[in-house]
Design a protein around this ligand. Structure first.
Ligand code: BGC
Length: 512
C-alpha cells in the first residue's frame, strides 16, 4: 500500500496552496471537464479485479505452508497493526476460492489477478522442498478460472517472503536473492506455465524496499532509511530481470505469455506553475516510480535520483553514494525486461518545492525533498494521502506514455478505500466511474496504449498494517463471522451493470 506517503504531508504555506488550487482547477479543466466519457470500452481493454494471497487466503500454516515475513511480523509485533490483527484466516479464500471466482464470474469480468504464496508452494523458499498440497491448491484455482472463462493474471511475489530467507540471508538485502527468486520464478513457470500466460514478477517494489527495509513500517521491519532500502531496490530490479530472462529464454516460445513488474505511483501534480514546483513534481515521480521505470524502460537510475543521492551522501560523509551503482552489464540486463508496463494507482497529490533538509541522518524522503498537499474539495479515502482525482490517473498515463516511449500499459490496481465499510458505497462508485472514464479519455483522446484495468478489489481483505479496518471491496466480508460471508455492496451491482453494457453511460447514449 502507498501508506508511506502519509508521513510526507507537511505543507503549511497558505499562499502556495491558493495558487495551487487555482492552477490545478485550470489543469483539470483543460484535461477533462469532469463529464463521463460515453465511449464503449474498446475490445482491447480487459477489465478485472485483483487480490493477493497473504491478504485473502488465510490458512497461514495449513497443509504444509511455511511461515512468511508477514506472518512473523503480525504474530511478533501486533502493535504495528492498527487492529492488532493477523492474516491467519483473512477471507479464508483457501477454502472459499470457488465462491470468490463465482462472484467474479457473476460480475462479467475478463480477468482475475491473484498471487501465488511462495511459502505455500516452496515452504523453505528454496526448490528443495515442494509442497504438493500448495501446488494442488493453485492448480484447482486455475482450473476453476478456466471453467468460468476468466483469464488469470498471476503475481509471483506479493510481499510475502518466506521467513527462512529473511532469517538466513537477510531477504532482499542479499544479492543471492536474485538467484533464489530466479529459481522460484522458474519453478512457477514450469509448474503453472500451462495454466497462465499473464505474469507479474513482483508487486510494488517501492513498498517492499522503502517500507520493508527503509522506514521499517512493513515486514520484515528493518529500519535503514535511505541506505539499505536502495540496496533492496537494486536487488529487486535484478531479481525481476532474472525472472524475465528465464521466461524469455526457456518458456516464452511455448507459453507465449507476457511478463512485467508492477510499479505503484501517486500522481504528483505541480502545486503551481512555478518552475520549482514543476521540478518538485517531476522529482517526486522519479523517486517513486522512475527509480523502477527508468532502469526497466530507459536503462539505469533516473539522473535526478543519481545526482541527489550522490550529492547528499557526499555531504553526509559517505565515501560512495548510498544509491548503489549498476554496472554496464547490469544496466543492459535490466533494460527492456518489461513486456508491458504494469501500474498500480490510487491517488493524486499537489506537489511543491521543499527546501533541502539539513544534512544529518539520511532518509529517502530527504533525498526526494518535496512538500505535498491536496485540494479541500477532493473526496478523501481511508488515508490522508488518498483522494479521488480521476484526472490524476489520466495525467499519469500520459506521463508514462511520454516518458517510456508509448508502452503497452495495464492498470493492475485501482480502487477506493474507506473506513466505514458501508454497503451503500456511493464514494466507491463515483471513484470507479471517474477513473474508468479517465482511462477512456486516455485511450481515445490521448492515444495511450492502455489494454487492462483492474479494480482492487472484489472483496474486503487484510490490508497489511491497516488490518481489517480499511475497506476496498465491492463485496463486504464479515470478518467476525467464522463463515466469512461475502455481502454485496452497491458498487458490485454498479460494476456488474457497466460490465454488461461495457459502457459508463446509459446504453442509449453509449458511443461506439
Ligand atoms: C497493494 C495491495 C493493497 C492495496 C490497497 C496496494 O498498494 O498492492 O496489496 O491491498 O494497495 O491498499
Amino acid at each position: 500500500m502507498q501508506a508511506l506517503d502519509t508521513r510526507q504531508l507537511h505543507i503549511n504555506q497558505k499562499m502556495r496552496f491558493l495558487t495551487g488550487l487555482i492552477l490545478s482547477c485550470l489543469l483539470s479543466l483543460s484535461l477533462a471537464d469532469g463529464s463521463i466519457n460515453p465511449r464503449r470500452f474498446p475490445k482491447t481493454l480487459r477489465i478485472g479485479v485483483a487480490n493477493a494471497a497473504p491478504q485473502i487466503e488465510g490458512a497461514w500454516d495449513e497443509d504444509g505452508k511455511g511461515e512468511t515475513i508477514w506472518d512473523r511480523f503480525a504474530h511478533k509485533h501486533p502493535e504495528k497493526f492498527v487492529d492488532r490483527s493477523t492474516p491467519d484466516i483473512a477471507c479464508d479464500s483457501y477454502r472459499k476460492y470457488k465462491e470468490d471466482i463465482a462472484l467474479v464470474k457473476a460480475m462479467g469480468l475478463d480477468h482475475y489477478r491473484l498471487s501465488i504464496a511462495w511459502s505455500r508452494v516452496l515452504p523453505t523458499g528454496y526448490t528443495d522442498k515442494v509442497n504438493k498440497a500448495g501446488v494442488e491448491y493453485y492448480k484447482n484455482v486455475f482450473k476453476e478460472l478456466k471453467a468460468n472463462n476468466i483469464k488469470p493474471m498471476v503475481t509471483i511475489y506479493h510481499w510475502d517472503l518466506p521467513q527462512p530467507l529473511q532469517d538466513q540471508m537477510n531477504g532482499w538485502l542479499n544479492e543471492s536473492i536474485v538467484d533464489v527468486f530466479g529459481d522460484y520464478a522458474k519453478f512457477v513457470f514450469e509448474t503453472f506455465g500451462d495454466d497462465a500466460d499473464w505474469w507479474i514478477t513482483i508487486n510494488e517494489p517501492k513498498q517492499v524496499c522503502q517500507a520493508g527495509y527503509g522506514s521499517g513500517v512493513f515486514a520484515p521491519g528493518i529500519v535503514s532509511n535511505g541506505v539499505l532500502d536502495y540496496v533492496c531496490t537494486k536487488h529487486v530490479l535484478l531479481a525481476h530481470a532474472r525472472a524475465w530472462h528465464i521466461y524469455n529464454e526457456q518458456f516464452r516460445a511455448k507459453n507465449k505469455g507476457q511478463v512485467a513488474m508492477v510499479i505503484d505511483s501517486t500522481w504528483y501534480e505541480p502545486g503551481s506553475d512555478r518552475d520549482e514546483d514543476k521540478a518538485a513534481a517531476e522529482r517526486a515521480i522519479q523517486f517513486d516510480l522512475g527509480i523502477y521505470g527508468n532502469p526497466l524502460f530507459n536503462g539505469d537510475w533516473p539522473e535526478i535520483v543519481k545526482q541527489r543521492v550522490a550529492d547528499r551522501s557526499e555531504r553526509e560523509g559517505f565515501n560512495t553514494s548510498r544509491l548503489p551503482e549498476f554496472t554496464k552489464e547490469q544496466i543492459d540486463y535490466i533494460k527492456g525486461t518489461s513486456d508491458y508496463l504494469a501500474i498500480n494507482h490510487y491517488s493524486t497529490l499537489l506537489t511543491y518545492h521543499a527546501p533541502d533538509a539539513p544534512i544529518g541522518t539520511p532518509s529517502f524522503d530527504k533525498d526526494k525533498s518535496v512538500a505535498l498537499s491536496h485540494r479541500s474539495d477532493w473526496t478523501q479515502g481511508s488515508a490522508d494521502w488518498f483522494f479521488d482525482v480521476p484526472w490524476g490517473l489520466r495525467n499519469l498515463l500520459n506521463w508514462l506514455k511520454n516518458t517510456y516511449n508509448n508502452p503497452e500499459i495495464v492498470i493492475t490496481e485501482n480502487g477506493f478505500s474507506d473506513t466505514t465499510g458501508t454497503l451503500e458505497d456511493e464514494n466507491r462508485i463515483v471513484y470507479l466511474r471517474g477513473h474508468l472514464s479517465a482511462c477512456l479519455d486516455a485511450i481515445f483522446a490521448d492515444k495511450v496504449n492502455l489494454t487492462g484495468y483492474t479494480v482492487w478489489s472484489i472483496m474486503d481483505d487484510w490490508e497489511w498494517t491497516g488490518g481489517y479496518t480499511s475497506f476496498l471491496g465491492m463485496y463486504r466480508v464479515n470478518f467476525t463471522d467464522p463463515a466469512r460471508p461475502r455481502i454485496k455492496r452497491k458498487s458490485a451491482d454498479y460494476f456488474t451493470g457497466i460490465m454488461k453494457a461495457r459502457c459508463l453511460v446509459d446504453e442509449s447514449k453509449c458511443v461506439e
